[in-house]
Design a protein around this ligand. Structure first.
Ligand code: ZN
Length: 96
């Protein structure tokens, strides 16, 4: 498990919907920049909820915010690969 994944699991331990515990295999790193800012998607195996989180790696751990979304990892990666759509754009599209 890489540092980002383990830190994200430390920050977001459970699904906010059904309280199921998140595991390593349920985290997809959508994008990560050289400053340690990253966008990750957590998918709950139990209730199929998806949680989109924006996290920043710090020397002492990780800070972040997360919101429930109905977006799928493949869709986020498609946007990330395009390079022109920002995280906020994705939220605008799918956060309603
Ligand atoms: Zn769940």
């Amino acid at each position: 498990m890489d540092t980002l994944t383990s830190h994200t699991l430390h920050l977001i331990k459970n699904c906010p919907v059904c309280k199921a515990k998140f595991g390593e295999g349920q985290i997809s790193v959508v994008e990560k920049d050289e400053e340690g800012k990253a966008t990750v998607l957590l998918s709950c195996q139990n209730c199929q909820s998806a949680l989109l989180a924006r996290v920043v790696e710090m020397p002492f751990g990780i800070l972040g915010t997360a919101s429930l979304t109905d977006i799928q990892a493949s869709e986020v990666k498609k946007f990330a690969a395009g390079g022109k759509v920002t995280f906020d754009d994705v939220l605008d599209l799918y956060g309603k």
